[in-house]
Ligand binder design. Structure first.
Ligand SMILES: [Zn+2]
Ligand SMILES: [Zn+2]
Length: 662
């Protein structure tokens, strides 16, 4: 092939969902045109860094109209074939612009077209921990995973809290490391990575590196290359680590696979776990999804034998499963959200030098600020949300746009001075507990006091070092932590989750109850879990606590099947945002017409107004596309998305495939 009829097909970081054709730069050696290398191109009035996807002979655009690329940046492919295939698949499946997918997976310096600085040599730690003895169930699980080397196989490691899933991961990984392969461990939260890294690094004498959003650009760049050239043997990271290049990936672990933080909610709305499964498939390697409370979709796949179901049914050593008890709040005397029975239980556990963990998913002092005379509730001016009352510093704050206003002395509507903060947030609970238990350290963990780097780790260390103590927190305390002295955990309010209309709310509430409860009694002391509710007769709640998660999940799957909901059907949201409500509604109605004219076998529901109907002044609504068959839905989107893009609309639209909520 000569340069004369060579056309470069390039992914450029723009929201447009297509590739762009260019002519090769002046005097370039055709040998250097490797798919996956970076190329600087003119785009509108700017210079952008794009990725070469293909070299072709013909373009739909007349050659005379094609622009010339400025320069080739890399002599070899920066995006390996393997990563390219994954990114192209993700772009197609999630209907997100391919250029943005490819460029978003790159560290910042590479996105900007910089070349690689010298890499420091990686230091391998000296392993100090030995393998623990495996139980019979753990051995079976580990053997099954090892036997699947170089084969695509999805394992659901379904193990109750404290059953030793991590030990199974580690001993399975050891097998792949010996063969010179690498391992990727995905975890839901940044807060869990230091803990996991420490444990993994203590076990293996190989370089183990972290990947998450709090890393500096320089560290990310080094980690990226250390994984790509094979120096880093184990990468532990949050969802975006699924797009790191590896030299020879042998196994992927997704810990706490049910966790909703694996799904990116902004812009490129991919699910880290699902992308990881595709990556395993493309690479023909095993993947292990671990959870004490598997997502219903994974649970169903295990039931259908599409996944291999591995069970760990008991806690390790002498630890027993905690005892669950419901407290009927209709019959309880309560102060600041704490029932009499809960207060007494806390006192008893503390008296025995034990620790208590209290879950409340509402940060701030009080969730509502209210006028007693005219019943006005203070709202954010830019969002369809209530302002939350905070102390230190005293303010009302919107948790969606972070705007802050002064606390008024009187009502703006009726001038009454009878205004007050209603309801209980973590700060109010903290002050009340300080009064009730003045001699006990009370540690609060939520977004307000963990923003500073290292703050979260400091608070967790305090908890680990204290004797008796109370830990109060939002969902960040529910996940993966191991506190050996916690014998009582309490959930202040499950009713929001039990009574929500969202189709996944009950599933997520059950997972939360067992995850929070699972923090109690993890070693030799017995654990109790107290749940405050006004719905103690709730059928599914009782089923969960009396029969366990497996029975609960099967029943909930039956209900989803009857209602025609995922995972029995497939859904995608077409979401629109605009400052003008009517403009947005017109747009969605046009989309709806396109869908019905296209004649695919699917339903189009809506426009639906989400819970947060307005955020930062932007109105939002969406259509729900629902089909019995995934390929039908995908075919419909493939045909319609370019037509939707062509509609004139003063706002923006996004596609959310497999949404977490309606
Ligand atoms: Zn008023
Ligand atoms: Zn707001």
């Amino acid at each position: 092939m000569t340069l004369k009829n060579t056309i470069l097909r390039i992914a450029v970081p723009t929201p447009l969902r297509r590739l762009f054709d260019y002519l090769p730069p002046q005097g370039v050696d055709i040998e250097h045109l490797k798919p996956g290398c970076r190329i600087q191109v003119p785009f509108q009035t700017r210079k952008l860094v794009g990725i070469l996807i293909d070299v072709v002979k013909k373009s739909d655009v007349p050659v005379a109209k094609l622009k010339k690329a400025h320069a080739i940046i890399d002599n070899t492919a920066l995006i390996s074939n393997e990563l390219m295939r994954l990114a192209l698949w993700a772009s197609e499946y999630y209907h997100y612009a391919v250029g943005e997918v490819l460029l978003s997976v790159l560290p910042k310096a590479l996105r900007q077209g910089k070349t690689l600085p010298a890499l420091p040599a990686l230091v391998a730690p000296l392993a100090s921990d030995l393998n623990l003895a495996l139980s019979q169930e753990q051995t079976q699980a580990q053997q099954a995973i090892i036997a699947s080397a170089n084969t695509f196989n999805v394992f659901l490691l379904d193990g109750v809290t404290g059953s030793g899933k991590t030990e199974v991961y580690l001993q399975a990984i050891a097998h792949y490391l010996v063969q010179g392969m690498q391992a990727l461990i995905l975890v839901p939260e940044i807060s869990l990575t230091p803990q996991t890294i420490a444990r993994v690094a203590a076990r293996f004498s190989v370089p183990v590196l972290a990947w998450h959003s709090n890393l500096s650009d320089k560290v990310r760049l080094h980690t990226w290359f250390a994984a790509a050239n094979g120096d880093a043997k184990i990468i532990i990271g949050t969802r975006s680590a699924v797009f790191i290049p590896f030299k020879q990936l042998g196994i992927i672990i997704v810990d706490e696979e049910h966790d909703t933080s694996f799904k990116q909610q902004e812009r490129f709305k991919y699910h880290g776990r699902d992308v990881a499964i595709m990556r395993s498939k493309f690479n023909a390697i095993p993947i292990v999804l671990g959870s004490a409370t598997p997502s219903l979709e994974s649970f169903m796949n295990a039931q259908n034998a599409r996944y291999t179901h591995l069970n760990l049914s008991t806690r390790l050593g002498h630890a027993q499963m905690p005892h669950y008890q419901l407290l009927d709040m209709k019959k309880q005397v309560q102060v600041e959200g704490l029932s009499q029975a809960l207060q007494e239980n806390i006192a008893e556990h503390l008296a025995q030098n034990n620790q208590v963990l209290i879950f409340l998913n509402r940060r701030g002092f009080a969730p509502v600020f209210y006028c007693n005379e005219c019943h006005t509730i203070l709202q954010c001016e830019r969002c369809d949300a209530r302002l939350v009352y905070h102390r230190s510093p005293l303010r009302l704050q919107c948790h969606y746009c972070d705007s802050v206003v002064l606390v008024p002395k009187q009502c703006a509507q009726c001038q009454s001075e009878s205004v007050c903060a209603v309801g209980v947030g973590t700060q109010r609970l903290e002050s009340k507990l300080q009064v009730l238990f003045p001699d006990v350290p009370i540690i609060r963990l939520d977004r307000d006091n963990t923003k500073r780097k290292g703050a979260m780790q400091d608070l967790l260390t305090q908890m680990h070092q204290a004797e008796k103590a109370i830990l109060i927190g939002t969902q960040m305390i529910a996940k993966g932590h191991h506190f050996k002295n916690v014998t009582l955990t309490a959930i202040i309010d499950v009713d929001v989750g039990l009574c929500s209309a969202e189709f996944k709310a009950l599933e997520h509430t059950a997972q939360l109850i067992l995850q929070v409860g699972g923090r109690a009694g993890r070693e030799h002391k017995a654990g109790s879990v107290l749940i405050q509710t006004r719905n103690p007769e709730h059928k599914m709640l009782k089923l969960l606590l009396q029969q366990g998660y497996g029975h609960f999940a099967r029943q909930l799957l039956c209900e989803r099947q009857m209602a025609g909901l995922p995972p029995y059907t497939y859904c995608t949201l077409v979401r629109a945002e605009s400052y003008q409500l009517s403009v947005m509604q017109d747009f969605l109605l046009k989309v709806k017409t396109l869908v019905s004219q296209a004649g695919f076998a699917l339903q189009c529901l809506g426009p639906v107004t989400p819970m947060l109907a307005k955020k930062k002044g932007l109105h939002a609504q969406h259509l729900i596309l629902q089909a019995q068959q995934r390929p039908v839905l995908q075919a419909c989107l493939k045909q319609l998305v370019p037509q939707i893009e062509a509609i004139k609309f003063n706002g923006k639209f996004t596609i959310d495939v497999d949404p977490l909520e309606f």
